[in-house]
Design a protein around this ligand. Structure first.
Ligand code: PLP
Length: 477
């Protein structure tokens, strides 16, 4: 492309983006098309000749965009509702245009400097020591994997980095502890590290799905007595199913006494601490040896942007530092080579989008927007609580509302709630997800999109009640 084409084609693309933003409430949140229809819309022929950009853009808007589930839609409330925002969207384009590789300080000095700054800012936002080590990763799953790798490296005398763990008579089974509500990324990390799923010990929870520290202490003590090797506890701040928060203070005490690394998966909950009402009732994060937070969930930063932080200085770098001759540099003036803190060598300049988003909204702007979303969750909670035949589940202060319809005497409450969910989602007007707990199926309404308004949330409630009436014959005014 010539510079003129960049400008002209950029205008075309951003005009599309602007129009989509303008019309978003008229667009179905999730497509009704079958997989065959989605695939069938795409031209399968490998093109020999290039096509004009305007044609590719038109074609994308005709064949791809209508078949997407629109995560940026203000009525998307499934999984964890997230959002891209203007500065983040444009930053992604600029990152691609600059195309720097932020692996070494010298390979792109200012990119590393920006990463340092945003890591420090995020630490301040969540109440974590701001001289902690950190690294921007694609998301929390990899962050948790790296953290557990560092935890394994911290086990005295193990030296898994050099010797591995297989076939060593001096090494007993490595053990990791988490509740059954921990995210599956913990299971994946345990698989990838060769610890094995059998050694992921499930710690019992209380009635609100939060880890029981006394049970954790007992499990670790029993493992020590049996000669096994406790490595890490993974506690969660904002579980995926219900947004429950493990009691980090008491868990940290157990970890300190047992000399076990505490990793906190704060992918969802961490950054909601910007809202004073949530911060007040949430456990402090500064007790974690390492933690992950996801600006791409909570902070209006487009995918992919997660942060791994550790107050154990040097632990993240120690795990992966390897400097072949072709990567060696002459500096060493306290600069960071971010390649040392993850498996990735080549790294895009993800820090830019976080930097732009934080600078564009400012702390006050971020806080105000998140507080507004939190108020919308409270609004929905109040409506549910006031309605006979509906029940809220869990006590999370985070803006994830879990609910189920439980009409008196109904024989198949789980089936009923699944049908309500299907009916609501088929409307195209919103998109929710479900989880299954001991007591059965629960519907989840996650509120976290920067564009979501009061009327969007009231619409979800209206659709839920209408679907419940259609499915169960319940009557309401
Ligand atoms: N932890 C929690 C609690 C999550 O809910 C999720 C994803 O939703 C993850 C970790 C994984 O995050 P990512 O998709 O950024 O890897």
């Amino acid at each position: 492309w010539t510079p003129e084409q960049y400008e002209a084609n950029g205008r075309l693309a951003f005009a599309r983006i602007a129009a989509l933003r303008r019309e978003i409430r008229t667009v179905p949140v999730a497509p009704a098309a079958t997989p065959a229809q989605v695939r069938g819309a795409l031209d399968p022929v490998l093109p020999r000749q290039g096509r004009p950009f305007a044609e590719i853009l038109d074609d994308t808007w005709a064949t791809v965009v209508p078949h997407l589930t629109h995560w940026h839609h203000p009525s998307f409330h499934a999984y964890f509702s997230n959002s891209s925002s203007g500065p983040g969207v444009v930053a992604d384009a600029v990152v691609s245009a600059l195309n720097v590789n932020s692996m070494l300080w010298t390979s792109s000095p200012a990119a590393s400097a920006v990463e340092e700054i945003v890591i420090r800012w995020v630490c301040r936002m969540i109440g974590y020591p701001d001289d902690s080590d950190g690294v921007i990763v694609n998301g929390a799953s990899l962050g948790t994997f790296y953290a557990l790798n560092a935890a394994r490296d911290a086990v005295p005398g193990l030296d898994a980095r050099t010797k591995g763990v297989a076939g060593r008579p001096d090494v007993t089974a490595l053990r990791v502890y988490a509740t059954s509500h921990a995210h599956s990324s913990v299971d994946k990390a345990v698989i990838a590290l060769g610890i094995g799923l059998d050694n992921l010990v499930r710690v019992p929870c209380d009635k609100n799905f939060a880890m029981l520290p006394s049970a954790l202490a007992d499990l670790i003590a029993a493992d020590r007595r049996a000669g096994l090797t406790p490595v890490a506890v993974v506690a969660t701040d904002g579980t995926t199913a219900t947004g429950s928060q493990d009691p980090l203070g008491a868990i940290a005490e157990v970890c300190r006494d047992a000399d076990v690394w505490l990793h906190v998966d704060a992918a969802y909950g961490g950054l909601w601490r910007l809202v004073p009402d949530i911060d007040e009732v949430s456990p402090a994060l500064d007790v974690a040896d390492s933690l992950v937070v996801n600006p791409h969930k909570t902070l209006f930063v487009p995918m992919e942007c997660g942060l791994l932080l550790s107050r154990r200085r040097g632990a993240l770098g120690g795990a992966f530092r390897l400097v072949p001759d072709y990567l060696s540099t002459q500096d060493g003036n306290g600069t960071v080579d971010y390649m040392d803190r993850s498996l990735q060598l080549g790294r895009s300049f993800r820090a830019l989008k976080l930097w732009w988003v934080i600078r564009s909204f400012g702390l006050d702007g971020l806080r105000a927007r998140l507080a507004h979303l939190d108020e919308l969750a409270d609004l929905l909670r109040r409506r549910v609580d006031a309605e006979p035949g509906w029940q809220r589940v869990g006590d999370s202060p985070l803006p994830l509302v879990c609910l189920r319809h439980v009409p008196l005497g109904h024989r198949d409450v789980d089936g009923l709630n699944v049908r309500i969910l299907d009916r609501v989602n088929a409307s195209g007007a919103t998109y929710l997800s479900k989880t299954t707990l001991d007591d059965g199926v629960v519907l989840r309404v996650s509120i976290g999109n920067i564009q979501t308004r009061r009327d969007d949330v009231l619409l979800v409630w209206h659709l839920l009640r209408r679907a419940a009436e259609a499915e169960s014959g319940a009557s309401w005014n």
